[in-house]
Design a protein around this ligand. Structure first.
Ligand code: ACO
Length: 325
């Protein structure tokens, strides 16, 4: 008997116009292109204009995803926005995007899992769609991390950038075998004991300010590869698939060394990794849908391909989603 399955119908992305290169950064803080490139693989990042908000970036990405899917906004009955840089403390930035799209039905809310946000949002949408509660979802990752960076801290400000990506996911009747298109399996994890390794030192309840990002980079790095590869292995096991069957690996773009290390640990060929961190930096919840959109539009990801997405971020939170494109 066939069941409901969440099928990705289209994707879109948006990057702000302004590009900040490593060379530009070396004029702001004591750093160099060589240090940043060697340690992270990042060469440049995009920075939102002063009057561009997270909702603006997300809205453009969402419109492009709807156009790509050839689905009118009026069909969307669920909007989940993954972000840690909302326009305001409340309401949820997803409701701003909902209003701008002219949608007055269904539900819209934000998900906050930092760099794992898109994976969390996609897995959440999958549950709502499979349950039959909603029919068509916009899952968006949008961030303006430049607003929460301490631009005097060279250990963090060189790593992040702004951007947005989105996918349209709809419930369809489909068989339950891994050959059918759609989301096959997902796994979400968190462990709050590590919440002081990567955090923002402000918030409405504590400082009544937005705060700035603080990170123990070495500790994040130490945990990243083992936690990410562990959750990938769990996800593949749930799906009953082997790592050799993966066509494209679309990881959260934190650092090229983490991506390469994870691929090596799980036994994935380096040519299967979609890499955008060199041009985008770490755009947190936006990085996976941005990378997805680029690899779909340039023809690398094709219908029928098995695509693995994964992320790890503050909390720590981490997770993976396996999709048949
Ligand atoms: N330019 C030049 N020197 C720098 C810079 C910089 N931008 N930043 C730090 N340094 C210096 C430090 O001050 C230190 O100098 P010292 O030895 O004189 O004290 C030296 O470089 C080494 O510093 P470390 O922090 O130990 O450098 P490390 O080799 O660990 O690299 C990095 C730092 C790149 C942040 C690394 O730890 C890392 O990639 N961690 C993962 C963090 C990450 O990706 N976070 C993203 C969010 S989490 C996620 O998305 C998974």
């Amino acid at each position: 008997m066939s069941k409901l399955r969440s099928v990705i119908k289209g994707c879109g992305s948006y990057l702000p116009e302004k590009v900040l290169t490593n060379h530009d950064l070396s004029k702001i803080v004591d750093t160099s292109d060589e240090w940043i490139s060697e340690r992270t693989g990042i060469h440049q990042r995009h920075i939102a204009a002063d009057d561009e908000y997270t909702s603006d970036l997300g809205l453009v990405a969402a419109r492009r995803a709807l156009e790509d899917a050839d689905i009118p906004a009026s069909d969307v009955d669920l909007i989940i926005l993954a972000t840690s840089t909302p326009d305001q403390t409340f309401p949820a930035t997803a409701t701003t995007i909902q209003a701008e799209l002219g949608i007055h039905e269904g539900a819209a809310f934000d998900v906050q899992a930092v760099c794992s946000g898109f994976v969390y949002a996609l897995a959440t949408a999958d549950s709502f769609l499979k349950s039959g509660q909603h029919k068509c979802a916009l899952v968006i990752g949008s961030e303006t991390f430049s607003r929460i960076l301490d631009w005097t801290d060279r250990g963090t400000c060189v790593l992040f950038g702004d951007g947005a990506g989105a996918v349209v996911v709809c419930a369809e009747e489909a068989g339950e075998t891994p050959d059918n298109e759609g989301i096959i399996a997902s796994r979400l994890r968190s462990d709050g004991r590590y919440r002081d390794k990567l955090y923002v030192d402000g918030g409405p309840s504590t400082t009544q300010s937005a705060g700035y990002l603080r990170m123990n980079g070495r500790e994040v790095f130490r945990h990243a590869v083992s936690k990410i590869s562990g959750v990938i292995e769990e996800t593949l096991e749930i799906a009953g698939l082997d790592v050799e069957e993966i066509d494209w690996f679309v990881p959260h773009q934190a650092n090229k060394r983490i991506l390469d290390g994870t691929a090596r640990k799980i036994g994935l060929l380096p040519e299967k990794i979609v890499i955008t961190v060199d041009k985008h930096g770490n755009t947190s919840a936006a990085s996976i849908p941005l990378a997805l959109d680029i690899a779909v539009k340039d023809g690398r990801i094709k219908k029928g391909d098995l695509v693995l997405m994964e992320a790890m971020g503050g909390g720590f939170t981490w997770g993976a989603v396996l999709v048949r494109w």
